[in-house]
Design a protein around this ligand. Structure first.
Ligand code: BEZ
Length: 190
C-alpha cells in the first residue's frame, strides 16, 4: 500500500521566497538528521500527540508485512516535544522523497524549549488518516508485536522505535505511548 506524496509536497511551497525554514521533527528526524541544517533547537507543538499509527511499506516494513512509524494525531491540550531544524529550502526535496509514503508538508507553530524560548512558524510532515498507508489505532500489544516482527530496507522496525525512545529520553521528554511500546518489545524492559 503506497501513496507517493513527493509531487504533492513539491507544490506545497508554504515558505516560498524564504532563505531558511524551521522544520519540526517528532520521529525519525529527531535521531536521524542526515541532512544539512543551520541550527537545531528542542521544540514543541500544541494540540498533537505522536502515535505509531502510520504504516511503513518502504522503510521499516514491506508491502506484504508493513511496519509502523509515527505520525501526529490531534488531541486538544496535548503537547508534542521534538527537535526543530532551521534548514534552507533545498533540503526539503530529498526529505519529500525519504518521507513519501503518505506524509504531507503542513504549516505549524512551534515553541522552542531552550532558554531563549520564543515561537516560530515552521513545517512538519504529517500523515493524515486519509492516506493509503494509514493503519490507525490498535491495542498496544498488537502494535508492539507488529513492530517487533517488521523489517524493511531501512532496517528492523524495532530499531526505529528504540532509537526514538532513546532520543526522547535524552531530551528528557515523557512519551507514554512510545515508552509503553518500547517496553513491550521482546528483550526490552521499561
Ligand atoms: C519527523 O520526524 O518529524 C518525521 C516523521 C515522519 C515523517 C517525516 C518526518
Amino acid at each position: 500500500m503506497s501513496h507517493d506524496t513527493t509531487q504533492q509536497n513539491r507544490q506545497r511551497n508554504h515558505f516560498a521566497g524564504h532563505d531558511a525554514i524551521w522544520l519540526f521533527g517528532y520521529g525519525s528526524l529527531i535521531w536521524k538528521a542526515d541532512f544539512p541544517y543551520l541550527e537545531r533547537r528542542p521544540a514543541h507543538i500544541h494540540g498533537w500527540v505522536r502515535r505509531f499509527w502510520q504504516g511503513s511499506h518502504d522503510h521499516r516494513g514491506t508491502p506484504e508485512a508493513p511496519g509502523r512509524v509515527v505520525t501526529l494525531v490531534r488531541e486538544p491540550g496535548a503537547v508534542c516535544h521534538g527537535m526543530a531544524y532551521r534548514i534552507t529550502p533545498e533540503v526539503l526535496a530529498p526529505l519529500d522523497v525519504r518521507e513519501k509514503n503518505g506524509y504531507l508538508r503542513e504549516v505549524i507553530t512551534l515553541g522552542f524549549d531552550d532558554d531563549a524560548g520564543g515561537h516560530a512558524e515552521g513545517l512538519v510532515y504529517l500523515a493524515g488518516a486519509d492516506n493509503a498507508a494509514y493503519l490507525g489505532d490498535a491495542p498496544l500489544d498488537a502494535i508492539a508485536a507488529q513492530i517487533a516482527a517488521a523489517h524493511g530496507p531501512s532496517g528492523p522496525n524495532r530499531d526505529y522505535l528504540l532509537h526514538l525512545a532513546e532520543a526522547l529520553r535524552a531530551l528528557e521528554v515523557e512519551d507514554e505511548h512510545v515508552f509503553a511500546l518500547a517496553a513491550r518489545l521482546p528483550g526490552e524492559r521499561d
